[in-house]
Design a protein around this ligand. Sequence first.
Ligand SMILES: NC(=O)c1ccc[n+]([C@@H]2O[C@H](COP(=O)([O-])OP(=O)(O)OC[C@H]3O[C@@H](n4cnc5c(N)ncnc54)[C@H](O)[C@@H]3O)[C@@H](O)[C@H]2O)c1
Length: 259
Amino acid sequence: MTATIGQLFDLQGKAAIVTGGAMGIGAAIGERLAEAGAAVLIADVNEEAARKTAARIGETGGQAVAFRADMRQVGDIRAMVAAAVERFGRLDVLVNNAGIFPFTPALEMTEEQWDRVLDVNLKGAFFAAQAAARAMTAGGRIVNIASIDGLHPTGYLAHYDASKGGMVMLTRSLALELGSRGIAVNAIAPGSINTPGAATTAALSGNSAIAMEGFLKRIPLGRVGEPDDIAKVALFLASGAADYITGELIVVDGGYLLS
Ligand SMILES: NC(=O)c1ccc[n+]([C@@H]2O[C@H](COP(=O)([O-])OP(=O)(O)OC[C@H]3O[C@@H](n4cnc5c(N)ncnc54)[C@H](O)[C@@H]3O)[C@@H](O)[C@H]2O)c1
């Protein structure tokens, strides 16, 4: 045995970036990484919400700073990584969480809608990984938040499903290339998670209580997931407990894809 359980999950002295970290799954991940001792840069296009999340982490004894970055802009992404290195002196963990999922029937999809989703969800994730990997001089971890939609379509989200399928392969591709630099790259595929973004998509799709009931019936564990269900797995992938895992996708969906 090389380390105790406490040591395996101790991220003190490490620095992390969580994109889209202001709310929902990203905020929960930031909270868990900070609880484990990491200094966390909460990067988000919504600067005010990012500040509130960073402040909340600070109030509970964690170390977090907010940074405004639009994941569609490669310049913002490079500035985000530079800010983390300047502020914390190093970078060990990147969580590519920022993502949008606007309900859009395929026959009504515009080029602008397609580009927006692919730019935030996939192009942004690639350039964040590139900038972060260049800065991870002592090795590191990249955790990509994909989706069960990268494996199985929900409907009316062709752009999103394509971006998340791309995220699954991007994870494997980067894992192969970055392994020799001591950087492990893994992904999580959340199922239905109770977040502000999910609530908006459900409202836009006219997802009624009856439809939600049918959806719930397909989840063997009998409940919709909470952001912390994903955050705990992200913490695992960022921790010493996951030292020898790379290129993997962990589905965290309460069993939804089983039926
Ligand atoms: N909620 C779910 O059911 C679910 C399921 C599967 C996968 N996911 C994935 O999890 C991730 C987080 O989803 P969520 O439900 O917490 O979403 P959310 O909408 O609740 O939060 C997303 C955050 O990302 C930020 N963001 C959006 N566009 C951005 C941009 N261009 N640049 C920087 N930040 C930006 C938002 O401001 C927000 O703070 C996404 O990648 C999503 O695809 C969510």
